[in-house]
Design a protein. Structure first.
Length: 225
């Protein structure tokens, strides 16, 4: 439906479900393209390569749990929104494993690798922009740079966060595997440009779409009853 200011109104819950499904696919597709893992999943990927009997999805929500704990330490208080964000992150990790189970059926040629990277790049950028606007607890890897920027009062720290993840991945894989693994030209390109792409896509969304969580509307009605 449309609001008085002619914005299309979309349920925040629907947007969040789309983010979990899309971005988990984007992470797996970027890795499958051979261009490297996305920055937000590079650290879990490094651990999954070092400890083979634990899946990428499992390490993903372990890493996200640590991010949530760091935010609470910085806030110096327990934040319920961060706990819900962990639940979303858990679902995200499960979907990473689901996509990884079927992705090998896709054709793999030089041309298709390039196409997969382009698609995965824009899926991730769109998904993160969407998650920042859904009005609900979001995936911890998306939550962390946004909340860190607010806590320490700096501009959106997406690029800094991504580069830190890449450096951590490079160190982990080099120390334990003897070579850097999982990082490619696509990973570096995404790390240094995706923040701006997210901002650009976000501005386009803001012009036409408004996200309103149904749960917040229900709580508002109950409070006014």
């Amino acid at each position: 439906m449309t609001s008085e200011n002619k914005h299309i109104i979309i349920s925040g819950e629907l947007a969040l479900v789309l983010v979990v499904v899309m971005n988990s696919f984007g992470v797996v597709l970027m890795l499958y393209s051979g261009s490297g893992i996305s920055a937000i999943s590079s650290v879990p990927y490094a651990f999954s390569e070092v400890i083979k009997n634990i899946s990428l999805g499992t390490f993903t929500y372990i890493f996200q749990t640590l991010l949530v704990l760091v935010l609470m330490i910085l806030r110096k208080k327990f934040v319920w929104e961060y706990l819900f964000s962990f639940v979303v992150g858990f679902c995200f990790g499960k979907f990473v494993d689901i996509h990884a189970a079927w992705i090998n059926h896709l054709p793999l040629t030089i041309t298709s690798r390039i196409i997969y990277f382009i698609i995965s790049y824009f899926i991730l950028a769109f998904g993160i922009a969407l998650s920042n606007r859904c009005g609900l607890p979001i995936i911890p890897t998306d939550l962390f740079p946004r909340e860190l920027s607010d806590i320490i009062k700096i501009p959106y720290a997406k690029i800094t966060f991504d580069v830190t993840c890449l450096l951590t991945t490079a160190i982990l894989t080099f120390v334990f595997l003897g070579h850097i693994k999982g990082l490619g030209i696509g990973t570096v390109l995404a790390a240094f440009t995706m923040g701006k792409s997210i901002s650009f896509i976000g501005k386009l969304l803001d012009k036409k779409i408004e996200f309103i969580p149904c749960i917040k509307k229900l709580l508002h009605k109950e409070n006014n009853a």
